[in-house]
Design a protein around this ligand. Structure first.
Ligand SMILES: [Zn+2]
Ligand SMILES: [Zn+2]
Length: 229
């Protein structure tokens, strides 16, 4: 009697217990995938594919990226020539080498080139900063072609190696190969007012800074500088 009761209790309990727990698990299983799978399959999958497509498009754009386009910074009145800001001083070797390489590349096209040497006139650096809207010191060289800003040594060398640079110089004025008789091609002459000392003396005021020339006692050549500007 006791045995059968316990057996029956055991028999009664165990199926109940196992059944309810299976049911719970089953409900969890059957509910969850239905609940989760439908939003994933309808909304998330296209998003993932869309993202992959976008990444591929970006990667393709990078791999076939053309050489940098001239930016919209312009020098008015320089539409028919190259303007290069550079230094002829060998203070920083890499800068000097970059300037030399870029001038050499650009001069090979034999088009009108306005070379603005900041070591001859610090005013050129101020002019460049104003044009580019920069307040800090700028690296040199900086090149404008057809009045538009193209960039520095990296951009010019990259364009040249890609064979793109010749497209930029198309239509520019051919270079004037004759040397200016007034300045000998230096584009600057010694200041008459101070004889190049950048100081003027008068009995009334003593020595004063000459206002006619730059910090080097030079003035821009009246014969050739403004003719090519
Ligand atoms: Zn002077
Ligand atoms: Zn000259």
């Amino acid at each position: 009697m006791l045995l059968t009761r316990t057996k029956s209790i055991h028999n009664n309990n165990s199926p109940n217990f196992s059944c309810s727990s299976f049911k719970d698990i089953h409900t969890l299983f059957s509910d969850d995938p239905n609940y989760n799978s439908s939003p994933i399959s309808t909304t998330k999958k296209p998003n993932i594919f869309h993202r992959v497509r976008r990444v591929n498009a970006v990667l393709r754009a990078f791999s076939t990226r053309p050489a940098p386009k001239p930016e919209l910074i312009q020098i008015p009145g320089a539409e028919k020539k190259i303007v290069i800001y550079f230094t002829s001083l060998r203070v920083i070797r890499s800068t000097f080498d970059d300037c030399k390489a870029v001038r050499s590349i650009l001069s090979s096209f034999r088009v009108s080139m306005d070379e603005r040497d900041v070591s001859m006139d610090a005013g050129f650096m101020e002019e460049l900063k104003t044009t580019l809207g920069e307040k800090t010191k700028l690296s040199l060289p900086r090149v404008f072609i057809g009045g538009m800003y193209v960039g520095g040594a990296e951009e010019i060398i990259q364009l040249h190696e890609a064979g793109e640079l010749k497209k930029y110089v198309e239509g520019l004025t051919p270079a004037n190969l004759s040397t200016c008789e007034v300045c000998g091609g230096n584009r600057f002459i010694l200041c008459d007012a101070c004889s190049g000392s950048h100081k003027c003396y008068s009995e009334k005021n003593g020595f004063r800074t000459c206002t006619a020339c730059n910090e080097n006692g030079l003035i821009r050549c009246p014969s050739c500088y403004y003719a090519t500007c």
